[in-house]
Design a protein around this ligand. Structure first.
Ligand SMILES: NC(=O)C1=CN([C@@H]2O[C@H](COP(=O)(O)OP(=O)(O)OC[C@H]3O[C@@H](n4cnc5c(N)ncnc54)[C@H](OP(=O)(O)O)[C@@H]3O)[C@@H](O)[C@H]2O)C=CC1
Ligand SMILES: Nc1nc(=O)c2c([nH]1)NC[C@@H]1CN(c3ccc(C(=O)N[C@@H](CCC(=O)O)C(=O)O)cc3)C=[N+]21
Length: 284
């Protein structure tokens, strides 16, 4: 058996098309601002891709590039200005930040209703308590991919590999909200291969190139690979050994062309949802 490929590029293109159609009917351009501190080359590519995708769906999008020596207070002042700007619907502060800036302080300073990343503790708390809010883009993109692949979630055993605030934890919350039986595994888990082999749905977000081997995968599982790892030879690989896993899985997402494009499409979706919620408040 060789697995069906879950084509994130195609699913993301479809999502962007639906977003563009909704934007065309609005009568205004949703505003997105991406703030970048320093010039980490990897971030540069992502930031450019975000800006390009946002403009293509009709957003008013701009990147604010600040020097690497920017202080926390200076960054907070920029965030405050964006919070107060009525033309701005979505704010994203690109991570990682330089060491003199505390990421959690900056994340908490973004207005929760403009938090396009869904990283603010209020939005994280809403997700954990089953309330509506802005949801982190990468796990949200994974849910779109699972839906597109036809995976049946209620009652399914799902294993999430990784527990970061950006991917693993919110991923587990979304799968739980979709009625999966969820297990989170991490660096202190005793027997990772055995835990992963129990998964009907496996989401890998560890940041370790090809750590998940073929014999960690149950026959017929759906595998979503969030990992983006650049090898010494320049190749981009996921957290899953793709060929080995594809020999056992029923469906699998590739890297590149899997979760990555979905993350960007969901950033646009969050910004559009934020614009609609903020500009047309219920009862207002
Ligand atoms: N496709 C996309 O759009 C995105 C992709 N990514 C990619 O996803 C991956 C994960 O990102 P992120 O969550 O931010 O990473 P973090 O480094 O923040 O978290 C990694 C998690 O994996 C766990 N882990 C690390 N090493 C091991 C190990 N050897 N065995 C078991 N568990 C381990 C850690 O456990 P512990 O908590 O115990 O330390 C931690 O919970 C990266 O490759 C990143 O590049 C990230 C964001 C977006
Ligand atoms: N505040 C914040 N929010 C983020 O969402 C955020 C961040 N900071 N910092 C960095 C990570 C990483 N990330 C990716 C986005 C798109 C691709 C992507 O489009 N990847 C393509 C192409 C990859 C390539 O060719 O380099 C793919 O996988 O097919 C990957 C990774 C968002 N992140």
């Amino acid at each position: 058996m060789t697995a069906r490929i879950i084509d994130g590029k195609a699913v993301a293109a479809g999502l962007r098309q639906r977003i563009a159609a909704r934007v065309a009917g609005l009568g205004y351009r949703p505003g997105l601002r991406v703030v970048r501190v320093g010039d980490d080359p990897a971030s540069g590519v992502y930031v450019r891709n975000k800006d390009k995708a946002a403009k293509e769906v009709g957003f008013d999008s701009a990147t604010i590039a600040l020097p690497a020596e920017t202080t926390e207070a200076e960054l907070l002042a920029v965030v405050a200005q964006l919070n107060a700007d009525p033309a701005v619907d979505g704010i994203l502060v690109q991570l990682p930040l330089p060491p003199q800036i505390r990421a959690e302080v900056v994340i908490s300073a973004v207005a929760p209703e403009k938090d396009a990343d869904g990283f603010h503790p209020l939005n994280a708390g809403r997700l954990a308590s089953g309330q509506a809010g802005l949801v982190p883009c990468t796990p949200k993109g994974v849910m779109h991919l699972l839906a597109a692949s036809g995976a049946v979630l209620p009652g399914a055993r799902a294993v999430v590999l990784g527990r970061s605030n950006i991917v693993g934890r919110p991923m587990a919350q979304l799968l739980l909200a979709a009625d999966c039986t969820v297990t989170i595994v991490h660096s202190r888990t005793r027997d990772l291969p055995a835990e992963c082999r129990r998964a009907e749905i496996l989401v890998a977000a560890v940041g370790r190139a090809e750590m998940v081997r073929g014999d960690w995968i149950a026959e017929g599982a759906t595998v979503i690979d969030v990992g983006i790892n650049r090898l010494a030879d320049g190749r981009l690989v996921g957290d899953v050994a793709y060929a080995e896993a594809a020999a056992r899985a029923e469906a699998i997402s590739p890297v590149p062309g899997g979760v990555g494009p979905m993350t960007i499409a969901c950033l646009l979706e969050n910004t559009l949802d934020a614009a609609i919620a903020r500009r047309a408040p219920r009862g207002g």
